[in-house]
Design a protein around this ligand. Sequence first.
Ligand code: PEP
Ligand code: MG
Length: 591
Amino acid sequence: MKTVDRHKVIRGKPIAGGIVLGTSRVVLPGETQVTEVAVPNAALAAEIKSLELAVKETVSELDDLRESAIKKMGGPAAKIFEAQLMIAQDEEFLGQVKKDIKSKKLNAAFIYNEHIKRATAPLKKSADSYIRQMALDIEAVASRIISHLSGKTRKNHIIPPNTVLIGKSFTPGEILSYRRQKVIGFVVAEGGPDSHMGLIARALYLPVVISKDLNLSKLQSGQAIILDAIEGKVILAPTPEEISDYQQRRKRMGPALITRIKHLKDIPPKTRDGVEIPVAGNMTLPGPAEEIMAEKNIPIGLYRSEFLYLAGGTFPDEDTQFEHYEQVARKFAGSSVVIRTFDLGYDKMSADEAWPHEENPALGWRGIRPMLEMKSLFKDQIRAILRASSRKNLKILLPMISDISEYDQAKRLIAQVKFELKKKRLQFDENIPIGIMVEVPSTVLIADSLFPKVDFLSIGTNDLTQYILAADRKNAKVAGLYSPFHPAVLRMIKMTVDKAKIYGKPVSVCGEMAGDILALPFFIGLKIDLLSMSPNRIVDLCRTVKKIDSSLVQPLVHSVLASSSTSSVIKRLESFKNAIGSRRQKGNHFE
Ligand code: PEP
Ligand code: MG
């Protein structure tokens, strides 16, 4: 590892734990860094030819993307690429670039970039979101053309081993593809612990630190870097002492948290007074955690199937999906797996994905909504799940249901698929349970009409929190407001559980809060049927369950529900947590 120039420590918050030592690489979003190079007279014609070639390559890439968008999502999504194709082939613009290359005798990439900057600057300032989007489209095209000109296309852009990427934020798809390129960690300016970036990074055991003090334009690539995503610290150009200290710390970190699951004795864990608290794991990507969970008969309470899309960048076909679902059903034959249908959109997508740009994607085309429009893709997935269901250990979970009509429509499509499979005499679980995610407040408020229809409920506290509090889960600026411990969130969880119990429907929690030991006595008090969490939370949670006396949690539940602020909820839960296992738990210390 290189130890060079300016020593700098950046403070931040860890959103996916771990410590790594590597080399920095700064990723500037939407900006293309192009250097100016003089071109001799004799090479000017070749420079113009290379621009023409870069345009041709870009047009062919965009054509491919448009084709696949049409196949995958139909007309509206393909329009993005149609607009970009028009920009790439704008003859008048290209003519001016060529003229300047000749007169200024400078490289094509530099001149092209200068023209783009001039063209987009006024558009970016527009109050009209459509015009601002046009600027983004132009930049997306420019970055492709410039990448081709500099021989650094996305595909062959090589990232050296042991790289720690520093950028504004990364989508789950980008994290996956960088992991394939052996990136070892991330430092970001935006995102929260419950953002999808955080979830995928934790699933891949990649450390991430988020820092509001990240000034990307002042940071250098190629510097030695220590990423401490335990304490939330980033050290650039560390001293030899710091390097050796962190090398020691890494050694002391011992076996990964999940391997400790193997040593758990009682699953499900029991409280001090013998009440079983069923636990499950959330599965984002297949990996060692699932092997260990299967071995210990810990069910999967949430299989985020959309990562099959994100890992491959395309919708897997029915047979490919069937293989995945069949494999997981076989592996978890002794327990069960809740497969959530594709939950795409919002921060799971990157800008160059074949997905419509939205002004406000958190409130847009995400979850069940696109799937009900892309009916054949939804039916492919249902068919694949049903075909893998003959062991009767699979359940279907529908994401982001906000209205009864969405559930009815999804149910009708599932019924159609069942009918088709029966006609073909294929084996499947005819009574496969169909549940819904509770992550939009409207779902809870229409519980009396919706809950009787469903087989089970799963509370997604990550989204439920952002929609109750109107605080984007990935926006660091409102991270102070975003808290599942806000009394309004706790009250809505309580309403959900009460209604679920009235209608006799099992109710679980599968948001990140399920694995938070601070929330555990609250969930025990509500008599939640299942807590499904990131696998690396299971060990601590199971150990904490044993220390809690379930007969003593009711006053705590009442007091947090009656609290008026997040801070007073946290104070009460913390004082309970500090007291568990000790004699103090027996008193009303939390009052
Ligand atoms: C949630 O919103 O709590 C949830 C579990 O779904 P995701 O985090 O995948 O949006
Ligand atoms: Mg969600």
